[in-house]
Write a protein that binds this ligand. Structure first.
Ligand SMILES: Cc1cc2nc3c(=O)[nH]c(=O)nc-3n(C[C@H](O)[C@H](O)[C@H](O)COP(=O)(O)OP(=O)(O)OC[C@H]3O[C@@H](n4cnc5c(N)ncnc54)[C@H](O)[C@@H]3O)c2cc1C
Length: 379
């Protein structure tokens, strides 16, 4: 069975590392980078240049999976082939698609052109380099940063940047720059309950981050954003760096006459994460529209991507052994948001669907523990 896994993110890598060599099973993992990126830690790389990648080759030892460094152009489910940017085409019997998501700029004028995203290592590098540059003696222009979107990524990023700002300001004897967190919706971190959200807001205030809730970004230029409140009041914020973390959508790379897509461009899958009209195709992670026990889409998180990947890896082995595939049963174990350094807020699932809320150092340890669990699951 000629099998291709597309993408070595949380989902694709979990599939690959669950496989074992088997007669008749030939698996290639197609990925553009020779490393796996801990996307959940990109905000740390943006502020502190923390190492957030792991080389892929050692992780694939003993799996029988061959790593192919390739930039995928498109996937055609009708001809069962994957087209690469270099013009090559690779055919498959079984396909696992795990190519993640892209930033959604919602067609806000200037935003795609003038903002930095936080989806890849190079985005984190661009932010890190700006933060250092504004502390250079010869720096000209606005030193301030506007981050659009106060979800998990935006909040984790601004708190980490605020920490770095404090350190650099002390070291270089220059005033800190201002960080704006701009959110169109009525609250930050909508996934959290009110008490945890209040704690997160308190931390943002203590860092001096200017949080603008109910402010929609209407336009971006090279060095400013125009924001508007619900009652139509507009104002302009000057910024040397604009970062957009306000939305994502599934990567639009897979084509098929009978392919069905749902909210966020995510590909509709059945209970075993296969595309109903193309049962030889599994879609995992942010690209797939995995459903929970209530029939609602699971959030696009690393936690769910990893669970889907592990299940699919095992299901591929079952397929080879002629066994029945197991269905996807998502399990949200908790949600933690880091707030810079050793501070975090979040909750952990307890038996009987109870939630244990946590703040401070303990929440930070829980967040780290989930990252270590991920690391040990792929090594
Ligand atoms: C800053 C930040 C913080 C986050 N924090 C959390 C958190 O705390 N907890 C949580 O659960 N989730 C968090 N998330 C969300 C989480 O990272 C995603 O849900 C998760 O990465 C999705 O996994 P995936 O495997 O679907 O995609 P990805 O992990 O994005 O992997 C996709 C892979 O496909 C490769 N690829 C893409 N296009 C191509 C192409 N054309 N050719 C070849 N290869 C390609 C990419 O290089 C990548 O390796 C965070 C996200 C960000 C950005």
């Amino acid at each position: 069975m000629k099998t291709l896994i597309l993408g070595a993110g949380y989902a694709g890598l979990a599939v690959a590392t669950k496989l074992k060599p088997m007669p008749g099973l030939e698996v290639k993992l197609l990925e553009r980078n020779p490393y796996h990126t801990f996307e959940t830690r990109l905000h740390e790389a943006a502020a502190h240049n923390t190492k957030v990648t792991l080389p892929l080759t050692p992780l694939l030892k003993g799996t029988g999976v061959e790593l192919v460094l390739a930039n995928i152009e498109s996937v055609d489910l009708d001809s069962k082939s994957v087209q690469l940017k270099d013009g090559q085409s690779i055919s498959y019997d079984t396909l696992v698609v795990g190519l993640g998501s892209v930033t959604n700029f919602y067609r806000i004028p200037g935003l795609a052109e003038y903002s930095t995203e936080l989806k890849e290592l190079r985005d984190a590098d661009a932010i890190f380099s700006f933060v250092n540059r504004v502390y250079d003696a010869g720096y000209q222009g606005s030193r301030d940063i506007v981050v659009g979107g106060a979800g998990l990524t935006g909040v984790e990023l601004v708190t980490e940047l605020a920490q770095r700002n404090e350190v650099l300001s002390r070291e270089r004897g220059l005033p800190p720059f201002t960080i704006y967190l701009v959110e169109a919706g009525p609250k930050i971190l909508p996934v959290l309950d009110d008490a945890l959200r209040a704690k997160a807001q308190q931390t943002l205030d203590e860092y001096g981050i200017k949080t603008l809730i109910g402010h929609r970004i209407m336009q971006a230029t090279e060095n400013s954003v125009t924001v508007q409140t619900a009652d139509g009041q507009q104002s302009v914020i000057e910024a040397g760096k604009i970062i957009w973390t306000g939305g994502i959508q599934a990567r639009d790379i897979v084509k098929g006459e009978r392919l069905e897509k749902g909210p966020g461009n995510r590909i509709v899958v059945d209970a075993t994460l296969r595309v109903p009209a193309y049962p030889e195709v599994f879609v995992v992670g942010d690209m797939g529209l995995g459903l929970n026990q209530d029939g609602k889409p699971v959030p696009t998180t690393a936690q769910h991507a990893g669970q889907q990947g592990r299940l699919t890896g095992k299901n591929l082995m079952r397929l080879m052994a002629g066994e029945e595939l197991k269905p996807y049963e998502p399990n949200t174990l908790g949600e933690f948001v880091s707030l810079g350094g050793l501070m975090a807020v979040g909750w952990m699932k307890l038996p009987w669907n109870q939630k244990l809320a946590m703040t401070g150092g303990l929440a930070h340890v829980m967040k780290r523990a989930s990252e270590w669990r991920w690391r040990s699951s792929i090594s």
